[in-house]
Ligand binder design. Sequence first.
Ligand code: MRU
Length: 343
Amino acid sequence: MIAKFRTVEYDPEKNHLIILDQTRLPVRESYIRLKTVNDVINSIRQLKVRGAPLIGVAAAYGVVIASRNDSMKKVNSAIRSIAKARPTAVNLSWALHRMQERAQVSDELYPALLHEALLIEKEDKDSCLTIGRIGVRLIPSAANIMVYCNAGALATTGIGTALGIIYTAKQHKKKIEVFACETRPLLQGSRLTSWELTKNQIKTHIICDNMAAHFMPKMSMIFIGADRIASNGDTANKIGSKGLAIIANAHGVPFYVAAPRSSFDLKIKNGSSIPIEQRGHNEITFFNKKCIVASQAMISNPAFDVTPNHLISAFITERGIIKPPFKRNIARLLSRTNGPDRR
Ligand code: MRU
């Protein structure tokens, strides 16, 4: 249904992970081979492979690469190192935990871990489709929808979370126009979201982040993804999401978070326990390989912020829509680890 590209693909013959290098988009659709655990770690750090669900899947295949010689020591060491690649998206540690548990009960590591990684990938695809089917009910027959960062097919192995809902709305013949914030500093909105949406014939407007308040009165709703959601609903997502939530609330525009169960961290009470990744200064001080700030200026580059739960209208998950009060309703719907999805 959506234009074809594969964000990750495991090559069992060579024991490589092939990824679409997202740092080269939208200029070039180029695929690279990750041959070692270190290649996987570096690609996650450099955002060649990015987006919370996709980071989880890539991490799982990183463990598969390490398991080829059936050495538990190598598997454990890979899990420890991949876990440090990026701190905020809980999908990374969630996937690694599953791989660890699988390794502990398996005699033959490689086939068991490959099976688990393929399962994680399949579940990701299925979750995206279900989130799309559930979320589409919130969209009227014609809507202007603002999105932030990239929570699309590029951030998953399926149709995406927030953008998956938009693709599903298109299938349902709803008239959608998307307003994608460019998402400084690394421009996931203008580079990636615009690439995949226009490839799929979705009407897309790119706006600078500081235009969001100006356009907000025209919006029907906002959809964002998530990197980690605490048990009270506080949500970490790309830096700038919190500001967007404040603007949306000031205008009475619904602010929805679309995310799979694997993005919820029910072990933490609230957003103050979410680790926020601090990235290099060059991402801010350099543009097009040129320094664009005064050299004495101090720089901060937090990659994520935490939107407080009271600014969020609802969560759209593969198990159903979660409305406030979040603490109670998140626990009710998500505390069982497995089980049938509510569709
Ligand atoms: O730094 P990134 O590009 O990995 O940040 C990605 C986001 O913030 C996404 O919105 C989030 O991971 C959800 S992706 C379905």
